[in-house]
Design a protein around this ligand. Structure first.
Ligand SMILES: [Zn+2]
Length: 416
């Protein structure tokens, strides 16, 4: 490559980066050209050049604001055309895989499910064909990439699943099977981490975007994803924030990870369901379902005043509170965002969780902390997969020191 070519590359890379930065500013709320000049410090001529090009490409529209004019005419505002840039998301779980195409706001435009198959190769080929089938139906829009979220130890770049105990997968080359023959970039991530990203990326309009928080996934194991200073924490080898496998009790239960007394064995969904069965047996109450009672039923029973179900939720709340104190001590987060059964039953369990925490630490350590149920419900992991693609494409406006380093091959370790 000649020096001239290299310089040309740099110039086009810079232009692309500026375009993505402008797109991200406009994505968050409509702005005028003058606003962009003020926010970015770019020259008016540079902004005009990039904005005109994006309007020509169909990425932006420009129209007058709807509200009453303050002084003179209402300003011309730039808006992102939501369907112009698309992302595909794949959530892989033991029951099925969900595949979706969404716009830049995370609005799901098309969705399919792929039933689980015990042969991972057959299953993943079916997922791949489903992705292709959905992409083929797109009449317009540019597909930015495909995000894949699963509960397991996964190489973020190649998509190699080192271990996903919940799926029964060990050493599975999911990335190469899924991306075989595709031109689009693929992104892979552990589910708790991708769900943390979804909370930040798909922030409700008007709400403050969280820069320092921990997402706690509780189904079926306990995983945590940490956003620190606006960035997902991976650690040196991608295995950061495995708080589900930190020890609560020295002589506690044996965990699926091989450890003893892990937090996951006390507070995850399967732990809650197991505790309910144990307490019911101890109380000599008949069990109608030989497979056990699932968490939705336990929450329903608790809402109906079942002393046994309430007793179980109260005990689990204690374990949750203990773990949350550890998260608070480790990360000093502004919030802990909770998913799965705890989001569903937060109104029932929150007082017990806070009671545990207040009894075990000084109030000043908790004065700034909030615990918030996730707003994404069952779509959390799917939104996480979409956020992997979108957050990589759009460039966040931040001081140079806070900008992300280039992607490296790394293992994102399992949670469940
Ligand atoms: Zn463990």
């Amino acid at each position: 490559m000649t020096l001239t070519n290299r310089n040309a590359m740099r110039k086009s890379d810079l232009r692309e980066a500026n375009q993505r930065l402008l797109l991200n500013i406009i994505r968050q709320h409509p702005v005028s050209r003058a606003d962009i000049v003020r926010i970015t410090g770019f020259s008016a001529s540079s902004v005009t050049f990039v904005v005109n090009r994006m309007i020509k490409q169909g990425l932006l529209s420009e129209s007058r604001s709807a509200g009453p004019a303050q002084v003179g005419r209402r300003p011309l505002l730039l808006r992102l055309q939501p369907g112009s840039l698309l992302a595909a998301g794949v959530e892989i779980a033991r029951s099925e895989a969900r595949v979706a195409i969404a716009d830049v706001n995370g609005v799901i435009l098309k969705q399919r499910t792929v039933p689980w198959h015990p042969d991972h190769h057959i299953f993943l080929v079916r997922v791949r064909e489903t992705i292709r089938g959905l992409v083929a139906t797109l009449a317009s829009g540019r597909l930015l990439g495909v995000g894949v979220s699963l509960a397991g130890t996964i190489d973020r770049t190649a998509g190699h699943v080192v271990a996903a105990e919940n799926l029964g997968w060990l050493d599975v080359d999911a990335g190469s099977i899924l991306s075989h023959g595709s031109a689009e970039p693929f992104y892979f991530e552990n589910d708790a981490k991708s769900r943390a990203l979804a909370e930040r990326w798909f922030c409700p309009p008007g709400a403050k975007q969280l820069d320092n928080f921990v997402f706690v996934a509780l189904r079926p194991g306990l995983g945590t994803g940490v956003i620190s200073d606006g960035r997902l924490l991976h650690g040196a080898f991608g295995a950061a924030s495995e708080f589900g496998h930190t020890s609560l009790y020295p002589d506690g239960r044996r965990c699926v990870c091989g450890g003893i007394g892990c937090w996951e064995e006390y507070a995850a969904q399967r732990s809650l369901e197991r505790l309910y069965c144990e307490k019911r047996r101890a109380a000599h109450q008949p069990q109608s379902d030989p497979a056990g009672t699932d968490v939705d039923e336990i929450i329903r029973l608790a809402r109906n005043g079942s002393p046994l179900a309430l007793d179980v939720l109260r005990e689990i709340a204690t374990y949750l509170g203990m773990g949350f104190l550890n998260l608070n001590a480790a990360f000093d987060p502004e919030a802990i965002v909770v998913g799965d059964y705890l989001a569903s039953a937060w109104d029932l369990m929150k007082d017990w969780v806070w009671e545990t925490m207040r009894a075990r630490t000084a109030q000043q350590h908790l004065s700034h902390l909030r615990i918030i149920p996730s707003i994404h419900g069952n779509d959390s992991a799917l939104k996480g997969a979409l956020a992997l693609v979108l957050s990589d494409f759009f460039t966040e406006y931040a001081p140079p020191a806070a900008k992300s380093t280039p992607r490296k091959t790394a293992h994102s370790r399992r949670s469940h």
